[in-house]
Design a protein around this ligand. Structure first.
Ligand SMILES: [Ca+2]
Ligand SMILES: [Ca+2]
Length: 176
């Protein structure tokens, strides 16, 4: 696997371990869902509920497929196996991507302002400088907005181990 994909997997594991125990557990996903929803005060209750459901589905999908030793938590070694069969996570990742991007578009015009993007990505735990670089890589309009569909695609690319040279690699923050 390409180094960039390994970097993406390491970073997302570290961020999803929201409580810092060194393992992914159901509590991590509840905690992160709470943070992300709190960062989107203008979103509808339905959009917030969809985000929470997406986090929970993502966790149950990971737990069902990757918890090799069945201890109810996922170690990094267990998580890294997700790159071997990414197609098994397509549905959960798509639901997650669509729910997150929808939170970024509370007024439903299909566009996401930089400030909203930064708030959500900061809630997930990414570095501010990397968030801005990613937003720029999505080629925002003159009004500094990106489309919901560009972000959805960007999130799905991030989780695709075969993808190299993608915008999401800016999040990993290795020296250029
Ligand atoms: Ca944890
Ligand atoms: Ca385990």
């Amino acid at each position: 696997m390409h180094r960039a994909a390994i970097g993406r997997v390491k970073l997302i594991f570290a961020l999803f371990d929201a409580d810092g125990t060194g393992y992914l557990e159901a509590e991590d996903f509840e905690l992160m869902a709470t943070r992300v929803v709190a960062a989107s005060p203008d979103s509808s209750d339905a959009a917030k509920a969809a985000m929470l459901a997406a986090f929970r589905r993502y966790w149950t999908t990971l737990a069902a497929d990757l918890d090799a030793d069945r201890d109810g938590r996922i170690s990094f070694e267990e998580y890294a196996a997700c790159v071997l069969s990414p197609e098994r996570f397509d549905g959960a990742v798509t639901e997650f991507a669509e729910a997150l991007a929808a939170l970024g578009d509370p007024d439903g015009d299909g566009l996401i302002e930089r400030s909203v993007f930064v708030a959500l990505m900061t809630a997930i735990g990414f570095e501010r400088a990397n968030i801005d670089t990613l937003f720029d890589a999505f080629e925002p309009s003159d009004a500094d907005r990106i489309t919901v569909s560009v972000w959805v695609t960007g999130i799905k690319d991030y989780y695709s181990p075969e993808k190299v040279g993608i915008a999401g690699d800016h999040l990993v923050g290795e020296p250029a």
